[in-house]
Design a protein around this ligand. Structure first.
Ligand SMILES: [Mn+2]
Length: 363
């Protein structure tokens, strides 16, 4: 299936809503391994919504789940996968959110693959290869949670604020007789859009993103509290890991590309956890001359073979000169967005670094 076919929605959002309404049996919601705020928010908001509709629904996360996400409302609506994991029920419907790629779902593949005829993908990545019967992929949505928010509005229409909204400076909750979205759902959606946009800074932000944020804040989301819990609650070990990453940084393509390398030994020495690499890639972006960023992390496959994870970013430019890092990631079997992508290769760090510096030299 080619990309154009893949991203062609097989269902309009209203049809996705109908499908959920018509499904009487249990619904399983899953997402990519190592969930970020958008993956977490998508799973939690959908499971909470389906439960509110009286459905049996549950999510599952493939760890590591960042500690701060695990403490948010709704974390209890999903299992955390482990070696002995089995589904809590026989699902009538599977929903895959915030990814459409087999390489991203890891050990959950075996559960879904035999049931693609009753699987729905809700995503904003253009690089999927899970050939589910039902797909609704919106490439220019800043986050999967933007799509989820639209869907949830169809499923819980009572939550749409009355015409005109509240008076300036007031919250929707001040409107008599109005019921806002439950706290779990509105927080989860906000976390999703905030996290995938770097708290509304990245080029993927569109007017709808801010409109949704405004709507959620009016319903009672405490954005400052969420920011401090999600972005200002790191352990000192993470700072030690960042120091290592900066010390190990090399420059390529005449000083326009930066590569940070983290080896297993760096995690041992600093005591940092694998999930604490999140956002390290943001720091070198303060340098004006740098346009392309790669974090290369040494890992292992389940059976102890060498594996290397890569995270790619490129800066937005006003002309057409920005590097499409989804293309770079695809050289290593990965994918993602033009400004943010990732890949995982079953090769050693040094092999990957050698190939990467060749590719970057040609930029
Ligand atoms: Mn996302």
């Amino acid at each position: 299936m080619n990309l154009a076919t893949y991203t062609q929605p097989t269902l309009e959002l209203s049809q996705v809503a109908d499908l959920f309404r018509q499904t009487e049996g249990p619904i399983m919601v899953l997402t990519h391994a190592k969930p970020d705020g958008d993956a977490f928010g998508s799973v939690v908001s959908l499971v909470a919504t389906l439960q509110k509709l009286g459905k049996t629904a549950r999510g599952v996360f493939v760890p590591p789940v960042p500690e701060a996400l695990g403490k948010l409302h709704g974390a209890e609506l999903a299992d955390v996968w482990d070696e002995g994991y089995s589904l809590p029920f026989e699902p009538e419907l599977f929903v895959v959110v915030d990814t459409g790629a087999w390489s991203q779902v890891g050990p959950l593949r075996g559960f879904v693959e035999p049931h693609l005829d009753r699987t729905v993908i809700l995503d904003h990545h253009l690089s999927g290869d899970i050939e589910a019967q039902h797909r609704h992929v919106v490439g220019d949505a800043a986050a999967a949670c933007e799509i989820l928010a639209e869907l949830i509005e169809l499923l819980i229409p009572a939550c749409v604020p009355p015409q005109g909204g509240p008076a300036t400076g007031r919250r929707d909750t001040d409107i008599a007789g109005y019921t806002p979205l439950p706290q779990t759902i509105r927080e989860a959606l906000f976390v999703g859009i905030a996290s995938d946009t770097g708290w509304f800074r990245f080029s993927n932000v569109r007017p709808q993103t801010h409109e949704l944020a405004a709507k959620l804040i009016r319903q009672g989301v405490d954005h400052a509290d969420l920011y401090s819990r999600l972005e200002q609650g790191e352990r000192p070990e993470k700072l030690a890991l960042l120091t290592r990453a900066l010390q190990n940084m090399t420059f390529h393509a005449h000083g326009t590309a930066a590569v940070m390398v983290l080896r297993q030994q760096d995690f041992i020495d600093t005591g940092a956890r694998p999930e604490e690499t999140e956002r390290l890639i943001d720091t070198p972006q303060m340098v004006g001359a740098l346009q392309v960023f790669v974090v290369v992390t040494e890992a292992q496959t389940a059976d102890g073979q060498p594996q290397t994870r890569m995270s790619f970013r490129s800066k937005h430019t006003t002309d057409d000169s920005a590097i499409n890092v989804a293309d770079l990631a695809s050289r290593f079997g990965g994918g993602g967005h033009a400004r943010a992508a990732g890949a995982k290769a079953d090769r050693t760090v040094d092999e990957v670094l050698a190939e990467l510096s060749g590719i970057l030299a040609d930029l």
